[in-house]
Design a protein around this ligand. Structure first.
Ligand code: AMP
Ligand code: GLY
Length: 419
């Protein structure tokens, strides 16, 4: 089997390492991949958003199956374009990827189908939004409608912060057309849980739950980041909560998408808040989460390619999806200063016994050496019987990886261990 994986971060590295476990896989092309992924796949310098380039590559090479991992190519219709030239894909088509691509769409979908989520209002001009904010309950949450590199959400603790977020999105056009519409929604409280799921549009199989750590600093302080670490499973996701989520959120969402003629096939990510009134949807993502994937896939016992192909074929109900009864912890190593300003180009040294546990996010190859090229450089994941042991092992490995200006949070898993 010859596979093509679109994307080039830690999530894609985790997907590629898992796909490699299937002995039938002989070639994996990563578009574009990165300097670390190059150890496990053939990297091809075509950007994940260059749909024409991806299609051209797929026509010129014997690609049997494609996995489209990031949000932007999915929202741009990468799967539709590859299917049009006869390549089966893992990932939703454009008309289903909109569940992440437009917050207005997803909020309206939830409202129409009675799926629990925060109360909200939609605005298409700053004047009305600012008028509404004069009376709105504070804290509140301001969200740009479209994709915004993970920066389109402002949890505003004051009226001034909320107004500033509206002005940035709608007047300064900080997120371009993604801010043409905004959602202002009710502030929810409770522990957050990420649940990635496999779905073929009819059957939905939740993966093991996980917890992200989004803030840059210990104790959940500092700016929001792409994620500084994860654990799985998430202790707040009890069996009772899981059952409630299946009944009130997962199945209703899959059915709603199908009823709208937008059958979702791929990985649907449910970002949930476990409020005192039950679980509510904070956001949907049309893809695997990053760095959730780096703890979820190491716990997957079943063969990933088999499950993905069952999703594509609409035969997920016939496929066994098993997770190990164990705990995983991923610690992200970043460059000091991330997400604001940081240096690049520092040589990275990874001990050989640690390498199998490493998922590279932002590194390039330079003169035969691996050097840092992004804010989040890599993630290192340990699996153990207890979360405490997984955490200790992940940090022990993280401490043996070296590069200048290396930074990581020291409290990944603390919240879960205190739960
Ligand atoms: P992002 O990954 O940029 O979409 O960040 C969204 C984050 O904002 C979530 O993980 C939550 O922590 C927070 N958030 C989003 N919506 C709400 C809400 N309605 N109430 C409280 N926090 C929220
Ligand atoms: N970790 C959150 C996301 O992938 O959007």
């Amino acid at each position: 089997m010859k596979l093509m994986v679109i994307g080039g971060g830690g999530r894609e590295h985790a997907i590629i390492k898992k796909l490699r476990e299937n002995p039938a896989v002989d070639t994996i092309w990563a578009l574009p991949g990165n300097g670390g992924i190059a150890a496990d796949a053939t990297c091809v310098p075509i950007k994940a958003t260059d749909i024409d380039g991806i299609v051209r590559f797929a026509k010129e090479n014997p690609v049997d199956y494609a996995v489209v991992a990031p949000d932007d190519p999915l929202v741009l219709g990468c799967v539709d374009a590859l299917e049009a030239i006869g390549i089966p894909c893992f990932g939703p088509r454009k008309n289903a990827a909109i569940i992440e691509g437009s917050k207005v769409f997803s909020k309206d979908l939830m409202k129409k189908y009675g799926i629990p989520t925060a109360e909200y209002r939609v605005f298409d001009n700053a004047e009305d939004a600012l008028e509404y904010l004069k009376e709105a309950p504070i804290p509140t949450v301001v969200k740009a409608d479209g994709l915004a590199l993970g920066k389109g959400v402002t949890v505003a603790m004051t009226r001034e912060d909320a107004e500033a977020a509206v002005r940035e999105a709608m007047e300064d056009k900080k997120f371009g057309a993604s801010g043409d519409q905004i959602v202002i929604e009710e502030y929810l409280e409770g522990p957050e849980v990420s649940v990635l799921s496999f779905t073929d549009g009819t059957t939905v199989v939740p993966m093991i739950s996980s917890m992200d750590h989004k803030r840059a600093g210990d104790g959940d302080t500092g700016p929001n980041t792409g994620g500084m670490g994860t654990v799985a499973p998430n202790p707040f996701y009890t069996d009772a909560v899981a059952a409630q989520c299946m009944e009130t959120i997962f199945l209703p969402t899959i059915r709603a998408m199908k009823a709208e003629g937008r059958e979702f096939r791929g990985c649907l990510y449910f970002g949930l808040m476990i409020t005192k009134d039950g679980p509510k949807v904070i956001e949907y993502n049309c893809r695997f989460g990053d760095p959730e994937t780096q703890v979820v896939l190491p716990l997957l016992e079943s063969d990933l390619l088999t499950v993905m192909q069952a999703v594509t074929a609409g035969k997920l109900a016939e496929c066994e999806v098993k997770f190990r009864d164990a705990n995983a912890c991923c610690v992200v190593l970043a460059s000091a200063g991330y997400p604001v300003a940081y240096g690049k180009g520092y040589e990275i040294t990874i001990p050989a016994d640690v390498l199998p546990h490493v998922y590279v996010a932002g590194a390039a190859e330079k003169d035969g050496k691996l050097v840092t090229s992004g804010g989040r450089v890599l993630g290192v994941t340990a699996v153990a019987d207890t979360l405490r042991a997984a955490r200790d092992e992940a940090y022990a490995m993280a401490d043996r990886i070296e590069f200048e200006n290396k930074y990581c949070r020291r409290d990944i898993a603390a919240r879960a261990l205190n739960a």
